[in-house]
Unconditional design. Structure first.
Length: 396
């Protein structure tokens, strides 16, 4: 007798075509244990919101989560209560909407202009590689106080850390890549920590070390490092991938691109919101039930790993009609992309502002942007999902 669909899934299948997998799970097994991931996948909107907001039943604490195993404890996304609030208060103030508005243009615009200046003269370019990812990585690094690392280093850090964060199957090769990356990051942060220990400043990293501490005391490096790694992983690529996805959606729907170009002040925000609904750059929030709990007629045992699939919630047909389509004119609804509950993404406002600004600068600079049909894009990944490339022809 063959197993259920969820029982037969492989990591490779999910990473290659996540949204097709989610659609079948929503229809057949909306709450399902996937042995390949050693996790329960929850894929419907209502269930995802319950798992991520019902803190009486579900906890973010999971000592066996890949992020904890690879990054260490306490990692901000896998702690609750006072400890979570303490870590979040170390980062969140710098990324609040009003604060972001004060500095985002001054950081993003020079980076974007430098990227554009380096585009090939023939106007043929992979915007993911040459524009969106560099802006995203450098912006996060600069706001976080990492001033010397170049784009290549930062992107290598992201991909190395991602190997640990998605390592549900305990793949030793992925473990080795992540460990090597962490060693490089630790070495790079040694002088940054030393400088902050001698003279605190106004960066999020400094605030994380010192806020709420008695005079003359600070949090140990080992205590804040797991949260730093989570922030680097989530913040360096999410805005770039979201902006790239949004551009693909607009280029594949020329009427919507014309709508955006006609009124960028109001329409870019709508386009970006739809872009990150259509393809969520970060796919899940992790939780674990404190006791056996029934969801959709299925009992999830206490202590089990649960992945609330926010990417799937964004495609739930009961919430978003014609959910597979990119449609910036759909009736406005809350999207799941930045999560729910106490652990919603602290970098939401910076991510949205960065995506809008990167797209605005590009559209203002080039009167025509067309996808290269000879170099098609594919979307891959489930925990981190993005087009593999965005190859275009640009005309000023």
């Amino acid at each position: 007798m063959t197993g259920s669909y969820a029982e037969t899934l492989t990591v490779e299948e999910i990473e290659a075509d996540a949204y097709a997998v989610y659609a079948r799970l929503r229809a057949e097994e909306p709450v399902a244990y996937v042995p390949a991931l050693n996790s329960w996948l929850v894929t419907k909107w209502d269930d995802v919101t319950r798992v991520t907001t019902d803190t009486d039943i579900f906890t973010a604490v999971d000592a066996d989560a890949p992020v904890v195993r690879h990054f260490g404890d306490p990692a901000i996304i896998h702690v609750d209560g006072a400890q979570h609030r303490e870590l979040r208060k170390g980062i969140a103030p710098h990324y609040a909407a009003a604060k972001v508005a004060e500095y985002i243009d001054a950081i993003v615009r020079p980076i974007a202009r430098n990227c554009i200046a380096a585009f090939p003269e023939n106007g043929e370019v992979d915007l993911l590689d040459a524009y969106f990812e560099p802006i995203s990585a450098l912006t996060l690094a600069r706001t976080f106080g990492v001033m010397d690392a170049d784009v290549g280093t930062l992107r290598r850090w992201f991909h190395g850390l991602a190997m640990g964060a998605i390592n549900f199957g305990r793949d030793p090769e992925r473990t080795a890549i992540c460990d090597e990356t962490k060693a490089e990051i630790n070495a790079a942060f040694d002088p940054i920590f030393a400088a902050l220990e001698a003279a605190p400043n106004d960066t999020p990293l400094s605030h994380l070390m010192y806020h709420g501490m008695p005079a003359g005391e600070r949090r140990p490096r080992a205590y804040v490092m797991p949260t730093i790694l989570v922030t680097l992983l989530g913040g360096m690529q999410e805005p770039g991938h979201g902006a790239a996805t949004t551009l693909v959606g607009l280029l594949e729907n020329p009427d919507q691109m014309r709508q955006v170009r006609a009124d960028m002040d109001t329409q870019l925000k709508r386009a970006v919101t739809e872009g990150v609904r259509w393809v969520a750059p970060i796919g899940t929030q992790g939780r674990s039930p404190k006791q056996d709990v029934e969801l959709c007629g299925v009992t999830i045992p206490a202590g089990a790993a649960v992945s609330a699939v926010i990417g799937s919630a964004n495609r739930d047909e009961d919430v978003f009609p014609n959910a597979e389509a990119f449609d910036m004119n759909r009736t406005a609804k809350q999207v799941a992309t930045f999560g729910f509950g106490p652990h919603f993404c602290a970098g939401k406002w910076m991510s949205l502002a960065q995506m809008e600004l990167a797209l605005r600068i590009l559209l203002e600079e080039f009167s025509q942007i067309t996808l290269d049909p000879a170099k098609p894009h594919d979307f891959v990944g489930w925990e981190f999902r993005a087009p593999t490339r965005v190859c275009v022809k640009l005309v000023r």
